[in-house]
Design a protein around this ligand. Structure first.
Ligand SMILES: Cc1cc2nc3c(=O)[nH]c(=O)nc-3n(C[C@H](O)[C@H](O)[C@H](O)COP(=O)(O)O)c2cc1C
Length: 415
């Protein structure tokens, strides 16, 4: 078994299977034109070329042995399609209604923190790309552009992801600002109150807030990165939290560690219920994996749940969200919005998740590869690739409407 894949499947999707030894020689696209990226793997290769190692490790790394990270991808490999023959698929519809809004495809840009190390104003660029493609953008508490800054994006479905931070005034302030900025939904993330162990991140530093000389030199050599990321303001700041940091903890790394130390590790269902009472719009709980927790979120008045293991970055060896989806759906019935994330790298993956009972998927790394490699145009390209692959999958599957997908379009590979 390869580390990143199932039994016959390589970690990088674009390699190996149809190659005889090393022939034909295949390479991913690594240039600068996002339009030439055929798959998410191409955008990933472009991002790898542009980013310095420390930023790349932050983007890619999983926790511990990275078993959860690999497992998220492997979960998708286990499912194969079962197409219907002789179906008229001339008129296809990828659109889905979520919370009363019609989305052109069932996808959201997931909340990711510290995007400013990939490119200057990356949160705004992600928001612009999402708005252009008509899909929601969930902004992280740990974003580098402020809530208000992102809210100014024309035509954006703006969601906000909340970390519960102490003292409670901080959390309260974030909720108030998200509400005033017009955010449509609040996502409470539950699986990162305690920070996971990302060994590669640790190895790249001499002290928590100081990179090794090797990493610094490597960053300096990535001219295209620093000239479009650090100039003219230097390392980004956590714009939503900056006012709360003590005077000696204003720098990027110091404030990141300060925030880690101030996460409310006591966060429980009672506190979640108080947030529910406080937030007047749609509320989702993210980071759930068991059917019991999803049912509890429903009973607690949440409007939806997000099955997630934080992209394999928190608890290592944790189950893949996709694998937990059928049981979660069975527990809450058809009417309760269930979203899933972790390992979505192709349109076929979206189709599989919907067929297994998800209302929509979130994508974390895929649009980050886009923004890192080519800014707004890269984000648009990432979503276009996923959309077009999903559409093609529906056509080949003999299923004209994504709403008509169900488990019968899939067969599980015999283990
Ligand atoms: C670089 C990075 C930063 C992240 N930061 C956050 C965050 O601030 N809040 C959060 O709820 N999830 C965060 N996540 C998790 C994502 O929301 C999402 O669950 C995950 O990326 C999905 O897996 P995928 O990357 O395989 O698509 C982060 C993920 C990545 C890759």
């Amino acid at each position: 078994m390869t580390p990143g894949g199932g039994p016959d499947f390589p970690a990088e999707r674009a390699t190996a299977v149809a190659q005889l030894g090393t022939s034909p020689r295949r390479t991913l696209y690594r240039g600068r034109n996002p339009k030439r990226a055929a798959t998410i793997e191409d955008l990933r290769a472009m991002a790898h070329r542009r980013l310095p190692r420390f930023a790349l490790e932050y983007l890619e790394a999983g926790a511990g042995d990275e078993a959860a990270l690999a497992g998220n991808l492997a979960a998708f490999y286990r499912w194969r399609f079962l197409p219907r023959a002789l179906v008229d698929v001339r008129q296809r519809d990828l659109g889905r209604t979520l919370f009363g809004r019609r989305l052109p495809l069932p996808l959201l840009v997931a909340p990711t923190g510290l995007n400013g190390v990939f490119r200057k104003d990356a949160d705004r660029l992600l928001a612009l790309g999402a708005a252009r493609m008509g899909v929601p953008f969930a902004q992280s508490t740990m974003s580098n552009n402020s809530i208000e800054d992102v809210a100014a994006t024309a035509g954006l479905h703006h969601w906000f992801q909340l970390y519960v931070i102490d003292p409670p005034e901080i959390t309260d302030d974030l909720i108030t600002r998200a509400e005033s900025a017009g955010c449509e939904a609040l996502i409470v993330t539950t699986d990162a109150q305690t920070f996971g162990k990302r060994s590669w991140d640790i190895r790249g530093r001499v002290k928590p807030s100081i990179l090794t000389l090797r990493e610094v030199i490597d960053a300096g050599l990535h001219v295209r990165w620093w000239s479009t990321t650090l100039l003219p303001r230097g390392l980004p700041r956590f714009a939503n939290l900056q006012r709360w940091f003590p005077k000696d903890k204003q720098g990027l790394f110091e404030s990141a560690f300060w925030t880690r130390d101030h996460m409310d590790v006591g966060l429980d269902w009672d506190r979640a219920a108080r947030i529910r009472d406080r937030w007047p719009r749609k509320l989702l709980i993210k980071g759930l994996l068991t059917a019991e927790d999803v049912a509890r979120a429903q009973a607690a008045g949440a409007d939806g749940a997000i099955l997630s293991n934080h992209g394999g970055r928190q608890l290592d060896w944790v189950a893949a969200p996709l694998d937990m989806l059928p049981a979660a759906r069975a527990a809450v019935g058809a009417g309760f919005p269930l979203l899933v994330d972790g390992g979505v790298r192709s349109g076929g993956d979206i189709v599989k998740a919907i067929a297994l009972g998800a209302d929509a998927v979130l994508v974390g790394r895929a649009p980050l590869y886009g923004v890192a490699s080519a800014g707004e145009a890269g984000v648009i390209r990432a979503i276009e690739i996923l959309r077009d692959e999903a559409d093609l999958t529906l056509a080949l599957l003999g299923c004209a409407r994504i709403d008509a997908l169900d488990r019968r379009f899939l067969v599980e590979e015999p283990g």
